[in-house]
Each structure stands twice: as C-alpha cells, then as structure tokens.
Design a protein around this ligand. Structure first.
Ligand code: 0RA
Length: 417
C-alpha cells in the first residue's frame, strides 16, 4: 500500500472507532437517550444551518418531521463542500458527517453555535441514526451520500443538475438506542421559535407530515423575527401589562464578547429572565446572568441617586427590588464557552461577568438618560417593590410577636414534655 493510502485507511479506522464509541456511550455525547437526546439530534443538525445563516449565506431553514419520525433539515446556504481534500482523500462533507467535533474545523474564530452545549456535531447524529442521507446542491449539481449507523452505504454520487445551492440532511434515529421514538411537535416548535428570536432575519419552518388535515395540508409553522430579542420579550410578556412604552433593547460588544439584552417591566411581582450563550438556553444561568444583574442594579441605582429620585422611598433598596416585574432576555456569544452545573447549562467563563456588566451599564445608562419618563417609571416600580418588601417584613414580625411560638418559651401543651 502507498503511504497515502495507508494514511487514508488509518484515518478511516479512527473515524469508525469514533462513531462506534458514540453508539456505545450515546449519553456521553448527547446528554441522554430519552426524549431530550432524541430532540437534541435535530438541534445539532439545525445548528449547523444556523451557523451558515449567521455567516451570511443562508436565509431559510426548513425542518420536516417525516411520517416515519425521521427528520429532514434543509437550508439554502452554500452547500457543504464536496470536492475531495487532496491529502485525506475525503470531502468536507464526509468529514462533517463522520469526524467527531468537525464542526469548528472550518471558519476558525467565529462564534459557532454548533460548538455549543454538547457540541458534538452532525457526525454524532450520523452514528446514532439507522439511516442518514445528505443531499448537497453546489456547483450546478446535486450530490448525495448515505450512511447507516455511521457507516457509508454508497460513494458520493452526482444525482443530477441543480440551479441552486444548499444542504439537505435526512436522518432516522436508531430505535435500538433511544428509549423514545416519536418527535414532539411542540418541543421542536419551541426551539425553532427561540432560534428565530435569537437570530433575527432567519426564517425557520416546521412541517409535521405525521399530522395532515383532511384537505391534505400538513401541520406547519413559520418562525421569523425581524427585531430579535425585542420581539422575544414582547412574546414572553404578551399577556402581561407593560409598565413602559416599549421593550428596551441593548446591543453592544466588550472584550470581543457580543452582548444583546432586551428588557421590560410589567405590573406583576415576578422576575422572568431567560439567558442564552451561543443560542443555548442556559437554564442554570452563570456569569453572563451575574454580569447582567450587576449592570442593571448598579446603573438603575446610580441613575436614581443622581436624579434624586430615592428621597421619597424612605426604605433601603435591595438588589431583588430591581428585579420585580422584570422580564428580560440576555444573549451572549462566547468563543470558548465553559459549561458547568448539573445539566451543563451554566456558563462558567469568569471574564464574561465584567464584559456583560460594562456593556449593560453603558447601554442602559444611555437609554435612561435619553428616556427620562420611562426611567422614572422603572425607578418608581423599584421603590414600590422595596416598600412592599419592608411592609411584608414588618407584618411578618408583628404576626410572629403575637404567636405563642415566639419569644417567651414553648406553648403550654408542649412545655411539659
Ligand atoms: C464549510 C464550508 C462551507 C460551507 C459549509 C461548511 C456549510 C456547512 C453546513 C452545514 C449545514 N449547512 C451547511 N452549509 C454550509 C462553504 C465553503 C465555500 O463555499 O467556500
């Protein structure tokens, strides 16, 4: 065997061993093999198309649940390159579909959302699917490549001419690996809706071919947001009474960390803050959320003090008071995110605290100075929250003083024991 060929077969063996490892310990790669893991496969594929859209080459991403619970994801990007890589005897397409962590291999230095939570890429989806088919439209041609459980079942084949570019991936999750075999429409719809809000300007659609009306039309939804996070917050608060005219939208960048925040205050007493890192919902929060809270609290406090708005408050204001009735979405892009916590959805990068805090402080201060009426409304709400908290504390103390359980020892009945 020539040296080149030897290298080629060696790398092929590595690839197969890699994908075999995924099949042996799927949970290590996709979190779990329950409904969550099953849906995660779709997110891995969609995330690659989102990256292509964020790079400016794709505008539409279509997700279809097929009648057999296989999934098809189509984008109108450049199409994954199919030309043979000289040395490796492999096309970029083969690499993407078979090499673990191939996602970040191209375009270094961009915020790959596909390098996210599990960041395992399409190769894992391939390993965990009894069937995977990639159809690439590029160079005026349509190409096709198919796999079964990560093993190719054909060579890269030209299947015709094409007048457009894009990528289509169809996969059928392996029923012998997953304990749930059916896709849940709303789970996918919710994720695609989030993605549309988080990535303004991209159109995502979901079509369910298992659910077809009598007139032949399948269940279908389109998710698109022109304004992004601002619309996200409006959507979250759609049946709440807003205290300010419109959602505050802050978009900045610090230390190479793009930070986007949208926030509003409503008349409820609840805080409702969603945070995302590289499009991943960080339900456990983390350093970006800490930075946001610090920036919000210190800026509002300083604004209120500087404008002498606290003189009527007569109570001390705590940081919780700044969050009553707050609805916000915080979205940051971090080059090398460190995820921690029970579900690996807590951002750990310490440098993000300062970046977000400074970004939020500066942008929010500008907003407050330019919108004194809205600023006043927010500060009044904060003062009210502080007063309510003090009143509640006092009331509690009063009740406790009157209770036989407080102060002068145990009540009679228990005293003898
Ligand atoms: C690397 C290079 C190029 C495209 C892509 C990756 C690509 C990947 C995916 C995954 C899903 N959809 C995608 N679309 C594109 C393009 C290189 C070039 O054309 O110069």
């Amino acid at each position: 065997m020539s040296e080149e060929k030897e290298q080629y077969s060696a790398s092929n063996i590595q690839v197969l061993e890699g994908l075999e490892a995924v099949r042996k310990r799927p949970a290590m790669y996709i979190g779990d093999i329950s409904a969550k893991g099953l849906h995660h496969l779709v997110y891995e594929v969609v995330d690659n198309s989102i990256d292509e859209a964020l790079a400016g080459y794709a505008t539409d991403i279509e997700v279809t649940i097929n009648p057999d619970n296989s999934i098809t994801v189509v984008d109108n990007g450049r199409g994954i390159p199919v030309d043979m890589h000289e040395k490796e005897h492999k096309s970029a397409l083969e690499v993407v579909l078979t090499v673990l962590h191939a996602g970040g291999k191209f375009d270094k230095g961009s915020y790959k959302v596909s390098g996210g939570l599990h960041g395992v890429g399409v190769s894992c989806v391939n390993a965990l699917s009894t069937y995977l088919r990639a159809e690439i439209h590029r160079n005026g041609k349509a190409y096709m490549l198919e796999y079964s459980c990560g093993k190719p079942t054909c060579d890269l084949t030209v299947i015709g001419e094409s007048d457009h570019t894009g990528t289509m991936i169809t996969f059928k999750p392996d029923d012998s690996i997953f304990v749930v075999h059916e896709y849940d429409y709303s789970t996918l719809a919710n994720r695609l809706r989030d993605l549309a809000f988080l990535n303004a300007g991209i159109t995502l659609t979901l079509t369910d071919l298992r659910d077809v009306a009598e007139d032949g039309t399948p269940r279908h939804e389109r998710f698109y947001s022109a304004e992004g996070l601002r619309e996200f917050v409006r959507y979250i608060d759609s049946n709440k009474e807003s205290l300010i005219d419109d959602v505050i939208d802050l978009k900045t960048e610090r230390q190479g960390i793009p930070v986007e925040v949208a926030l509003t205050y409503n008349s409820t007493y609840n805080e409702n803050v969603y945070s995302f890192v590289n499009n991943i919902n960080t339900i456990e929060g983390g350093t970006h959320l800490t930075g946001f809270r610090r920036g919000l609290t210190s800026t509002l406090k300083k604004y209120a003090e500087d404008n002498n708005l606290l003189k009527n408050a007569k109570v001390e204001i705590a940081s919780d008071d700044f969050r009553e009735g707050l609805t916000a979405v915080v979205s940051v892009k971090v080059m090398e995110p460190q995820f921690e916590g029970q579900t690996k959805t807590k951002l750990g990068n310490s440098e993000v605290i300062g970046a977000v805090q400074t970004s939020v402080s500066e942008a929010l201060r500008n907003y407050l100075e330019e919108n004194p009426r809205q600023a006043r409304t927010i500060v009044d709400k904060v003062i009210l929250a502080a007063q309510a908290r003090h009143a509640a504390n006092n009331a509690r103390k009063q009740v406790q003083r009157k209770s036989p359980l407080s102060g002068g020892g145990l009540p009679g009945k228990l005293a003898d024991c």
